[in-house]
Each structure stands twice: as C-alpha cells, then as structure tokens.
Design a protein around this ligand. Sequence first.
Ligand SMILES: [Zn+2]
Length: 251
Amino acid sequence: MTSEIIDIVTGSLNLSAPWYVKRVEFSPDKGVVDIYVEVRQDADIPCPRCAGATSRYGYEPNERTWRHSDCFFYKPFVNCRRSKVFCPKCGVVQIEASFARKSTRFTLPFEAYAMLILADMPRAKAAKVLRCNEKKLASISTAYYTHDGNKNVSDLIAPEDSIAAHYGYTPFGAVAFQRGLAATANSWRFSSEFVEADTATVYYNYRHYEPVIGRWLSRDSLEERDGPFLLTFLANNAIGKFDELGQRAKV
Ligand SMILES: [Zn+2]
C-alpha cells in the first residue's frame, strides 16, 4: 500500500533518478499530505553550470516547501533539502529541484494546472478553487511579453527569468511549435492578437483570421478600398506587412 502511494506521488511529480520520494505522511486533522523528497547519496550529479564532474557538498541549511497539486482531496506539500555540489571550475553550486522552477514555491504540475484555471476565471476565484493564497498565485500569473519584429509574441518571461512560454510560427501565423507551462493557457500569440481556443482562429477586432489556410473568414468591412481581394491576408505578404484591426494591410 505504502509503496503504491509513493509510486503515485513519484509519478505526479514526474520524478526521476537521482530524485526520489522517501516517505509520504498524511495529516487528516490538518488536511495536508507531506511528501519528503531526497537526492540519492551515491548519485553522480553533473555541475548545473558547466556540466562537469562534481563531488557532493552537503545540503542547503533549511528544508524548503513547495505546494503540489491536490492528491486524494488533501493539500500536498513537497519538502526537500536540496543538495549542493562542489565543481572544481565553478565552486559550490546549489542543485535546483527537478520538480519546480527556480525561486518558486509551487511544483511544475501545480503551476501548469493553475495556469489553465487562471485562463478561465479571475485570480481571487482561482485561489479558492486551488485552495491557495491569492497573492502567491500572482507569482504564477505574472509574466512579461516579448515579441519579434512582426509583433508576434515570441516568449513569456516569468518574474524570476524563466521562460513561461515560447512560440514559433509559420509565415502565415500557424503555431509551428510551442513549449512552456503557460504556452497553452496564454491566448495572445500571433501578431499579438487573441487566439480563440476552440477554433484556433485569430481575432483582429473586425474579423477572424484562419492562420492555417492564411485567409480571413469574412469579407473586409472596408470593401475594395484595401484592394480587390476581400479575404486575402496582408496581400499575401505576411512577412512584410501587418494588420492592426483586420481591415487594412500596412507596411
Ligand atoms: Zn561547474
């Protein structure tokens, strides 16, 4: 029974060697599950900065705690004292936890779930659903947009400098690849415009655009003033032109 619970918890954290779950403690009176994670003593850990060989150098002084996504109706917390290593080139280096982004107090699965919830409801309500402090939730929902020269959102940068989302596009705006915890939950992508989640069309205030076929879905409200082709996107020059409202191609 206990080993099955450890397997479930290990899977929920996506843990792999040298990280492992040492034990799980239930506290029904407090409504919490404490998960204790450690790094195997005999494991060789490469230097996080230069990937060179290291020797172990003890642990950080205090145990840290991360909120994890709910297990068995209880609020779970991961507890861990992360290892330090000594690298001949870099000196003493702290190993970051494999299950969390640097400097956050939430696990990656919790953050991924929270972002999906936050995409559909205000932060105060999301905090109630997630049973989590609203101010702490702000650290997940805050990110800074960067865009390329064609005003397409390229990255979302989280406050502690990690990449929350990264996108690449085809010339006509279909998402060629994406990665990052916030990549699906974030709705502002190609041309810094809003993507409708259900149809994957891009909303330009006056018209919806279909990036896979590279066409508007309705006629230009300016009629022929922007040219004779009423469904053509950016006069078929998506690299050299842009559109603000879905009405007119601009250079
Ligand atoms: Zn090093």
